[in-house]
Ligand binder design. Structure first.
Ligand code: NAG
Ligand code: NAG
Ligand code: NAG
Ligand code: NAG
Ligand code: NAG
Ligand code: NAG
Ligand code: NAG
Ligand code: NAG
Ligand code: NAG
Length: 471
C-alpha cells in the first residue's frame, strides 16, 4: 500500500514499469479487456469498436470486381480527455477522495491504492500513446489503434498503392489528429514517402479545410438545447441516491454523476479498464447513451439546421474525386479530423438519417438508426469505395468495418450503388445545401472552395499544430 502511494506521488501514475514482484498491479492483466462490451454506451469517448449492426457483406470488392479508388475520412484515435472534461472529472474525484467512503461500497476502490489517471495535466487533449498511457499493457492506445488500422488498410487496399512513391495524408492541425495521421502513415509501408498535408482549423480557411463548421458563422450546436433538455434525468439522480445510501453524507450532484460516466470512458482509454464503470447498471448506461445521441442529433446531426451545409464541403469533394478517378494518379485519399466533422459529413450524405426526429421524452428502441458511438467511436473510419465490375463502376460506404448500404441505392454488387445513380443521388443531396450562403463564409474567409486535394503539391500545407480547441 505505502509502496504504491509513493509510486503514485512520484511518477503521477504515468507509465510505471511492468511490475516484477507479486503485487496488485498484476490484477490489471485479468481486468483489461473485460469491459469491451461497454464501449457502445459512451457516445464516442470509449475505445474503437466495429459497427455492431453488420449485414455480413464483405468489405472486399465483390467477385469479378476491382477496387479503383479508396477515400478515408477518419477521426483521431483514443485520447486523454480535453482540458475542460478533465477539470470536471478531477473536481468529482476531489469530492470522492475527501468523502469518508464506505469501505465495502461500490466506490471503495477510491480508498484503496487507486492511482487517479488525470494527475498529469500536460497529457490532457493528447492522443494516448505507448509513452503516456497509465498502464503499459493498455491495448487501446490511439497510437496502436492507428498502427493496427494502417496494417488493415494495407491488407485491403495496398494494391492501389503499387505505383505510388509519395502519398499525401491530409490532416487538420489539431495535434491529436495530426499524431493519429502520422502513426497511421508510418505504419503503412516503408516503401512509401508520406507527405503530411496539415490543414488549418481556423475560420479563415473558409471551405478549404477538414473542419468547415469553424467557418460557419451561424452554426450553433445548442440551437435545440430546449428539446434535449427535456430528456428525463431520473437515471442520474437515481445513481446519486444509490451512492448516498451506500455512503451516508455523500452529496453528489447530477453533474458529478455525468462526470463519472466520462471518467469511466477515458480511464479505459488511458489505463485499459476502469473500476468506475462497475458502478453503473446496464439500464443506466442505456439512458446515458441515448441522452448523448439526442444531444448529438440536434447539435451536429440531421437535427441541426446547418449540419448538412457544413458536411456538404467534404461530401462535394469526395464526389469530385470519384468523378475524376480515371484521371487522377493518386488512387488513395486519406483524411483525418474530428468526430463532429465526420457526423456533419454523414449528415450531408444522409447515411444514418431515417427522416425521423429523435424524441426527447422516451427512447425510440425500435426505430432509430442514430447511434453516435457506432458512427464515431475514437478511431472512427468512413470509407468510400469505388470499384469496377465489367464495364460498370459502383460506389459504397464502409463505416467502422461494416458495409453500410445507401437506403435509396443498394442494388449493385456488394450492396453498392451504380456510379451514375450515385452521382444523381449526391446531386440531390447537395442541392439541399448551400455552405457559402447559409454559413456566411465570406464574412470570415475568401476561400470559397476546398482545393487542398488538388493543389497540395504546390501549396505544401503545414499549418502550426495546436493542442487545445482554438474556440
Ligand atoms: C484548463 O482548464 C482550467 C479550468 O477551466 C483553466 O483554468 C486552465 O487555464 C485550462 N488550461 C489550459 C491549458 O487550457
Ligand atoms: C456499506 O455498503 C454496503 C454495500 O452497499 C452496505 O451493505 C453497508 O450497509 C454500508 N455501510 C454503511 C456504514 O453505510
Ligand atoms: C500501375 O501501373 C501499371 C502500368 O501502367 C498499370 O497497369 C496498373 O493498373 C497501375 N496500378 C494502379 C493501382 O493504378
Ligand atoms: C522518397 O522521396 C525521395 C525524395 O523525393 C526519393 O529520393 C525516394 O526515392 C522516395 N522513396 C521512395 C520509396 O519512392
Ligand atoms: C444558440 O441557440 C440558443 C437557443 O436558441 C441560443 O440561446 C444561443 O444564444 C445561441 N448561441 C449563439 C452563439 O448564437
Ligand atoms: C449538497 O450540495 C448542495 C450543492 O452543492 C448543497 O446546496 C447542499 O447543502 C449539500 N447537502 C449536504 C447535505 O451537504
Ligand atoms: C464542388 O467541388 C468542385 C470541385 O472542387 C467545385 O468546383 C465546386 O464549386 C464545389 N461545389 C460546391 C457547392 O462547393
Ligand atoms: C456494358 O456491358 C454490358 C454487358 O456486358 C453491355 O450490354 C453494355 O452495352 C456495356 N455498356 C457500355 C456502356 O459499354
Ligand atoms: C485571401 O485572404 C488572404 C488572407 O486574409 C490574403 O492574403 C489573400 O490575398 C486573399 N486572397 C484573395 C484572392 O483575395
Amino acid at each position: 500500500m505505502i509502496y504504491f502511494a509513493l509510486l503514485c506521488a512520484f511518477c503521477n501514475c504515468v507509465a510505471y514499469a511492468i511490475p516484477v514482484s507479486k503485487n496488485e498491479k498484476f490484477t490489471d492483466i485479468t481486468i483489461i479487456g473485460t469491459q469491451n462490451d461497454l464501449f457502445p454506451f459512451f457516445g464516442g469517448s470509449a475505445p474503437y469498436f466495429s459497427y455492431p449492426m453488420n449485414s455480413g457483406v464483405s468489405v472486399e470488392a465483390p467477385d469479378k470486381c476491382s477496387m479503383k479508388q479508396i477515400q478515408l475520412f477518419a477521426r483521431h484515435g483514443e485520447r486523454y480527455p480535453t482540458n475542460s472534461t478533465a477539470q470536471l472529472i478531477k473536481s468529482t474525484y476531489g469530492k470522492l477522495k475527501n468523502a469518508h467512503l464506505n469501505s465495502t461500497g461500490s466506490l471503495s476502490f477510491i480508498n484503496d491504492d487507486y492511482c487517479f489517471f488525470l494527475e498529469d495535466p500536460t497529457q490532457f487533449e493528447e492522443l494516448t500513446t505507448l509513452k503516456n498511457v497509465i498502464d503499459p499493457i493498455d491495448p487501446y492506445s490511439g497510437q496502436q489503434d492507428a498502427q493496427r488500422h494502417a496494417r488493415e488498410f494495407m491488407y485491403h487496399y495496398g494494391d492501389l498503392l503499387e505505383n505510388t512513391t509519395t502519398l499525401p495524408i491530409f490532416t487538420s492541425n489539431s495535434k491529436r489528429v495530426h499524431d493519429t495521421a502520422l502513426y497511421f502513415g508510418q505504419a503503412l509501408s516503408n516503401k512509401l514517402n508520406i507527405s503530411m498535408q496539415v490543414i488549418s482549423e481556423e475560420a479563415s480557411s473558409g471551405a478549404n479545410t477538414l473542419t468547415p463548421y469553424n467557418s460557419c458563422k451561424d452554426y450553433n450546436e445548442t440551437e435545440h438545447a430546449a428539446i434535449y433538455a427535456k430528456f428525463p434525468k431520473d437515471y442520474l439522480s437515481g445513481i446519486s441516491r444509490r451512492l448516498l445510501l451506500e455512503n451516508p453524507g455523500l452529496n453528489l450532484t447530477t453533474s458529478d454523476v455525468t462526470n463519472m460516466f466520462s471518467w469511466c470512458a477515458y480511464e479505459i482509454d488511458t489505463r485499459g479498464y476502469s473500476p468506475m464503470c462497475e458502478i453503473f447498471t446496464r439500464e443506466e448506461l442505456v439512458y446515458y447513451s441515448y441522452n448523448l445521441d439526442l444531444i448529438s442529433y440536434y447539435g451536429e446531426g440531421a437535427g441541426n439546421s446547418l449540419s448538412a451545409d457544413v458536411g456538404s464541403v467534404p461530401f462535394n469533394s469526395s464526389i469530385e474525386l470519384l468523378k475524376q478517378s480515371e484521371y487522377l494518379d493518386n488512387k488513395v485519399w486519406l483524411s483525418f479530423t474530428h468526430d463532429t466533422n465526420l457526423i456533419n459529413y454523414l449528415t450531408a450524405i444522409g447515411l444514418f438519417d431515417d427522416g425521423l426526429k429523435l424524441p426527447a421524452d422516451h427512447i425510440p428502441f425500435r426505430q432509430s438508426s442514430y447511434h453516435r458511438s457506432w458512427m464515431v467511436p475514437l478511431g472512427a473510419r468512413i470509407y468510400t469505395q469505388l470499384y469496377q465490375c465489367g464495364n460498370e463502376s459502383y460506389v459504397r460506404y464502409v463505416v467502422n468495418d461494416a458495409v453500410i448500404p445507401l437506403e435509396q441505392c443498394s442494388t449493385g454488387p456488394g450492396l453498392s450503388c451504380k456510379l451514375s445513380d450515385f452521382l444523381d443521388y449526391a446531386e440531390k443531396q447537395l442541392q439541399k445545401t448551400n455552405f457559402l450562403q447559409d454559413c456566411k463564409v465570406e464574412q470570415s474567409s475568401n476561400q470559397t472552395e476546398l482545393t487542398f486535394y488538388w493543389d497540395y503539391q504546390k501549396m505544401h500545407y503545414n499549418a502550426p499544430l495546436f493542442l487545445s480547441e482554438p474556440h
